[in-house]
Design a binder for this molecule. Structure first.
Ligand code: G3I
Length: 303
């Protein structure tokens, strides 16, 4: 069974949806932790830790949150939500993705901030505020900012790296209580990793005093031609190149994939291969056999 396989293959459990705002506080002040608690209990039974994903995001929010406009109401909502959720899981979370995906250069806003209910109601300071609230609710848990789309030799990745570094520098200058950068690592085996620029970006991040985590790893093979074997080899090679870059800068605190088996991946809904065959982006295939990607992960984790 897939769930049992998680426990034999991994020691971090990442709820893909259960800790998001639309699940945990669907109505103002009415919290629902049924799924989150059951994941936490399962993880504890299996001696796994739980990664906290995620407190403050532009998406997966209930309607009442998306309709918040006044600064006062938005602040009160943020204060209650973070205090209740972080306190509930105090001592049970490996690290929190406190603010998720705050950058979107294509939104054309100052400093490439993403347009969100939080930015509109509270301004860019919502980021600092969220971390302060999380720190107040749990003094020990590592607090992270999570972002994607920074790996490649493309204009998009370059703009995102620049914006993210500027933001991380600003948060340091403000003494925001933030510990780590969560590299989502939704990779694309059809693109070219920017060895030089990605390495220097990560070095700059580490110089600012941040730890690194890899939190949503998968390797999209939508553009890779060939047999399953050839595709799996290309995915493994791409991951090897990526981990080589990250590990050359700092060993990440943890590596988590976004799913375990090709049987179930969010990518399937968004990317369709020209030959119609299912994507193969995760460490186990659809029959739960280990793929070359699994071996690459095992090799780096043994370092
Ligand atoms: O739980 C309901 C179910 O009751 C209902 O019948 C069904 C019908 O649509 O929807 C189910 O909810 C879905 C949920 O996943 C649980 O499977 C939502 O519609 C769907 O929007 C949601 O998608 C998730 C998405 O985040 C939004 O929360 C994806 O599974 C999840 O992989 C994706 O994850 C994000 C990370 O949080 C942030 N980084 C990018 C990553 C991929 O997009």
């Amino acid at each position: 069974m897939l769930l049992e396989r998680f426990a034999t293959e991994a020691n971090i459990f990442v709820p893909e949806s259960a800790l998001k705002w639309n699940q945990t506080e669907p109505q103002p002040g009415q919290f629902d932790f049924v799924e989150g608690d059951s994941i936490a209990a399962y993880a504890a039974r299996k001696q796994m830790v739980v990664h906290g994903h995620t407190l403050v995001w532009y998406a997966a929010i209930p309607q009442w949150v998306s309709q918040l406009t006044s600064e006062q109401e938005a602040k009160a909502a943020l204060e209650r939500h973070i205090a209740v959720e972080v306190s509930r899981y105090r001592g049970k979370i490996w690290a929190w993705d406190v603010v998720n995906e705050p950058i979107e250069p294509d939104d054309d806003l100052e400093n490439s901030y993403r347009n969100s209910v939080w930015l509109r109601s509270l301004g860019p300071n919502y980021i600092d505020l969220s971390f302060r609230l999380a720190r107040a609710a749990d003094q020990r848990v590592p607090l992270g900012l999570s972002e994607y789309g920074i790996e490649y030799a493309t204009r998009t990745s370059r703009r995102r790296r620049q914006a993210l570094l500027t933001l991380l520098q600003k948060l340091r200058d403000q003494n925001t209580p933030i510990d780590c950068l969560a590299l989502q690592s939704h990779l694309d085996a059809g693109q070219v990793l920017d060895h030089v620029e990605l390495t220097s970006f990560l070095r700059d991040v580490v110089k600012l005093g941040y730890r690194l985590l890899i939190t949503e790893l998968d390797v999209n093979d939508v553009k890779i031609r060939g047999t399953d074997r050839e595709r799996d080899a290309a995915v493994a090679r791409h991951l090897d190149e990526y981990l080589d870059i990250v590990f050359s800068v700092q060993r990440p605190m943890s590596i988590a994939t976004w799913g375990l088996s090709d049987r179930s991946t969010w990518l399937r809904e968004f990317y369709k291969r020209a030959d119609g065959s299912p994507l193969r982006p995760l460490p186990l295939d659809a029959d739960l056999n280990r793929k070359p990607m699994w071996a690459v992960l095992a090799r780096y984790m043994a370092q």
